[in-house]
Design a protein around this ligand. Structure first.
Ligand code: RB5
Length: 149
């Protein structure tokens, strides 16, 4: 799968770890930065990685910052991005089944590498269930239309 990654300095180490993990599995990874541990703004990398998703250059995106919160807030301001901040495997599954999230957000300063791998595996493999959830996702899209010009 084509996957775009983006992080700030606080998510850099986890991004690098997940990048190598995904590449080893044969995924086509587009690393949108940051590329060093130098302090930077998570917003810039949220925009770059999310643009890859909305422009169809990547099917999904994964973002990393310290808490995951800044990246989530920034990503969810972008039309067509449905970003989920996840720290457990149940939520990883549910956000695909019920929310059809296209961006996963991981907190580099909170979660360990093993749980990050498990969350990523589940999130990438789980299909959206559709059905009653379509109605809710359409309502999210209505909110988007009303609030994003
Ligand atoms: C960076 O210090 C930190 O604020 C950022 O990584 C993130 O946690 C913001 O929400």
């Amino acid at each position: 799968m084509k996957i775009a990654l983006g992080s700030d300095h606080a998510g850099f180490e986890l991004k690098e770890f997940i990048k190598h993990y995904l590449e080893k599995q044969g995924h086509d990874v587009k690393d949108c930065g940051t590329y060093t541990e130098e302090s930077c703004d998570y917003t810039d990398f949220a925009e770059l990685a999310c643009a890859a998703v909305t422009e169809g250059k990547a099917k999904r995106g994964i973002l990393f910052c310290g808490t995951g919160i800044g990246m989530s807030i920034a990503a969810n301001k972008i039309k067509g991005i449905y970003a989920a901040l996840v720290d457990n495997t149940f939520s990883a599954r549910m956000t695909r089944c019920h929310n059809d999230s296209n961006v996963l957000v991981l907190a580099g300063r909170i979660i360990g590498k093993d749980i990050a791998k498990e969350i990523t595996d589940i999130w990438l493999a789980t299909k959206y269930e559709g059905g009653r959830h379509d109605r809710r996702l359409n309502k999210i899209k209505d909110i988007e239309k009303k609030n994003m010009k």
